[in-house]
Design a protein around this ligand. Sequence first.
Ligand code: NDP
Ligand code: ZN
Length: 394
Amino acid sequence: MTNLQFLAKLKMFCVIVAVIAAVNLVNAQQNQNDLHPNRVFSKGFAVHSHEDQFHLYEFTRHGVGGNDIQIEILYAGICHSDLHAVWEEQKDFGIHSRYPMVPGHEIVGRVVKIGNNVTKFKIGDFAGVGCMVNACRMCGYCLVGKEQFCEKGTVFTYNSIDHYHEHEITMGGYSNNIVVSENFAINIPKNADLKKAAPLLCAGITTWSPIKFSNVKKGDKAGVAGYGGVGHMAAQYLVALGTEVTVFDTNEEKRNDAKRMGVKRYVNVRNPKELEGLNNTMDFIITTIPADYDPLIYVRMLKIGGEMAVVGLPPNSNINISKLPLGAANRKIYGSLIGGIKETQEMLDYSVANTIYPQVEIIKAEPSEIDKAYKNLKNGKMKFRYVIDMSTLK
Ligand code: NDP
Ligand code: ZN
């Protein structure tokens, strides 16, 4: 056989292999659809236990109902809450991790299918999904736009029992698509920077909501404890509001970022000298610290009547009640949990209109990349927010 004949045969062989592979792919997809006629085939990244690493994972989602939209996910942020959930760090709070788990609640994508009754979206629009995918919409809390406290039970985006869809366990945004009621999807304006918009769906609303709740206003003195993915959104909203902002973190490398974002004072809490002179000076503080710390350090910084919103979920930090009469007299401390759908839309529109976005690092949709991101986030080696480019999912 001459070289030319050999090459021709090789070419033919390759063509046949490619055709067989393509037919198999179509058949596999068809089989999935046959097995689950009304369900939507999805693939993404899951862990199968709290000690696991991420793996490619195929599953199905409930089909697109009359009020639902199907979103092709383009970007998914990695929030520190995902780490808590994957690693079961919140067991003591009664939050139980369910495996296999596909995390992800900072989701932005393109609408590819809509139900018959959908009015908010059309195919081709951009849409976002945050921490919730359903609630009753009729109880007292839902009616005032606080769906995260739904009396019938909020359905969260992952690791949650969806009692509106045969009690399936919800799967999050580290995946190629999601099906959600239009009432729990956020309109993303066409001019939004999509890769940076994803973290607004959690980090943005988690800070926007308590800032509004506490009526923080121009001229106030505000503190942000924990200057990471969530904290740097708080700092930016507070600067935009015209408050004088102090941030507290452990990482010296973020000092210049704070200056760039308009923060007045950067305090490295590892250097106790920098904490001096701050007691009784702040109108509002938001703490986003995910690790154990002494909250009273910050409570003491509040003026009389000042308010502290706690959003970070440290596994074990306790406030010693006996210290409150002296340490926190006439100061208010409250917890805050994400925000409702209406205020999420307001936050999103405001952020896009005022170009207030997170600082992001884009990673590929590969298990090893997500594993690495988790490690870096845990070890303080990541400044602000990782976002997975889901379009690179193979
Ligand atoms: P990140 O890891 O991105 O940011 C946390 C920041 O806190 C890091 O910059 C970290 O610094 C800093 N930090 C750690 N220890 C201290 C300390 N002792 N004093 C001051 N700063 C410290 O996490 P996220 O911003 O994504 O999330 C923060 C927390 O908020 C998490 O617990 C998350 O679960 C929670 N969360 C709560 C929500 C709610 O609705 N309540 C919603 C979203 C998130 P370094 O990097 O140097 O370690
Ligand atoms: Zn989050």
